[in-house]
Design a protein around this ligand. Structure first.
Ligand SMILES: *Cc1c(COP(=O)(O)O)cnc(C)c1O
Length: 427
């Protein structure tokens, strides 16, 4: 076996990491195992995970119920193709998703990652209009500061500056970008916030298949909490202008924002919804695209007669079984109370950060909090500072943020917020 130094050297030389250079000049920390809210490093250090492995492991690592579901499913089959075959894990999970999401969403398309669930949603919207004899509706309306994934269609709807669209300009479809919402979650709604979205619909709806955005919380695009009325008005306007509404709940879904789905704040139902991230509790990659009967029933009469998509690992039984166990776990306790307690503590613990010179803004909603700085953080210096304090956080841009597992205890959360304060104070 290679020594730890060799492992890190091989990794640096050969293994690409997310949004990283090659060879990788930034530190990477080898992990031995993970348990509950803790990541155990190979060098013996133990870190409290303040971002739930990119917002996924809401019930912590190595959860006995998820492990048991995985083991039971492995005994039967870990995978079988989905073309022409079906199985209980996929059907049971689809039923659970239909029960949890708004009532009109009745049909589930499983895929392997959030980005692909967005591709599926966008393709579904375009093909829907084709089915309905309106093949010119092939573009999308979205809002600035959004994030929808790294594949090409998903990327075309991401913020054009954050996503460096100019690098891929010949390849990316040009979408319509409304101004990002400015009225914050708890502020007084102002109708002018929706003006730019409304204007684009009025001018371009003949070409627009769907609007796509993250409801209430723009996560990777800047951890911005905006007014639910924006979502409600956008939904209304889309209906008026014959444009579908795709809500990307990949980050917000399954309780993260304080509601089971963030669209509940606006009391609306999209035509298409994407879920992923926390779906399997961080156990493995699974995502889904849900839609209504009105949309799905157009496919059998359209030119293709079917929806033109079908991933090899679609409906993977192992991922479905674990995800079902994760959703049952979520339903087995008062998750909303827990998320609200996390929100209250985040607000209280982080309030003193507001007085720090480096800090521009402090905000929290549900189990999400962000400290916005005046200047971008240097990850190479900041990451080791957090590790020294026994916490795992992954700042980006001007943001120090936390999205802890729901099972975190108050003292553990305090370790995270104290580390954020001390790092922000050192900047
Ligand atoms: C993470 C994320 C995606 C992409 O999901 P992947 O699983 O990384 O492909 C899409 N939309 C939102 C809102 C996300 O947070």
């Amino acid at each position: 076996m290679d020594s730890l130094e060799q492992l890190v050297a091989l990794d640096r030389q050969h293994v690409w990491h997310p949004y990283a250079a090659m060879p990788n000049p930034l530190p990477v920390f080898p992990v031995k195992s993970a348990q509950g809210v803790r990541i155990e490093l190979e060098d013996g250090r133990s870190l409290i995970d303040g971002i739930s492995s990119w917002w996924t492991c809401i019930h912590g690592y190595n959860h006995p119920k998820l492990n048991a579901a995985a083991q039971a499913q492995i005994e039967k089959m870990s995978h079988v193709m989905f073309g022409g075959l079906t199985h209980r894990p996929a059907v049971d999970l689809a039923k659970k998703l239909i029960d949890l999401t708004p009532a009109e969403l009745q049909h589930v398309f499983f895929s392997d990652s959030g980005s692909v669930s967005v591709e599926v949603a966008m393709k579904m919207a375009v093909q829907y209009w084709h089915n309905r004899g309106r093949p010119k509706k092939t573009h999308f309306l979205t809002i600035r500061n959004g994030y929808h994934g790294d594949t090409f269609a998903a990327m075309s709807a991401c913020d054009p500056i954050n996503g460096m669209h100019h690098l891929f300009s010949g390849l990316l479809q040009q979408q319509y970008f409304a101004d990002a919402p400015q009225v914050r979650f708890a502020q007084t709604w102002q109708e002018k916030d929706i003006e730019s979205f409304k204007r684009l619909l009025e001018e371009k709806s003949d070409r627009i298949a769907a609007a796509i955005f993250e409801p209430v919380v723009q996560n990777a695009g800047g951890v911005r909490f905006y007014h639910p009325e924006y979502v409600r008005r956008a939904s209304e306007l889309c209906k008026q202008h014959d444009v579908l509404l795709i809500l990307d709940e990949i980050a917000t879904g399954f309780g993260r924002s304080g509601k089971l789905f963030a669209c509940e704040y606006a009391d609306i139902c999209p035509d298409i919804m994407c879920v992923g991230k926390a779906l399997s509790g961080g156990f493995m990659s699974l995502a889904a695209t849900l839609t209504t009967t009105h949309i799905s029933e157009t496919f059998s009469t359209g030119e293709a007669g079917v929806f033109m998509h079908g991933p090899t690992f679609m409906g993977n039984p192992l991922a479905c079984a674990v995800s079902l166990a994760n959703l049952e776990l979520l339903e087995s306790y008062d998750w909303q109370k827990k998320v609200m307690q996390i929100e209250a503590q985040l607000k209280e613990d982080l309030a003193p950060c507001q007085a720090l010179a480096a800090v521009k803004d402090v905000r929290a909603l549900g189990a999400i909090a962000a400290i916005e700085l005046h200047n971008p953080v240097d990850i190479a210096t900041v990451q080791p500072l957090f590790v020294e304090q026994g916490v795992w956080l992954r700042p980006f841009g001007k943001l120090l943020y936390t999205m802890p597992p729901y099972v975190i205890q108050p003292d553990e959360l305090n370790t995270i917020t104290a580390a954020i304060y001390s790092v922000a104070a050192s900047l």
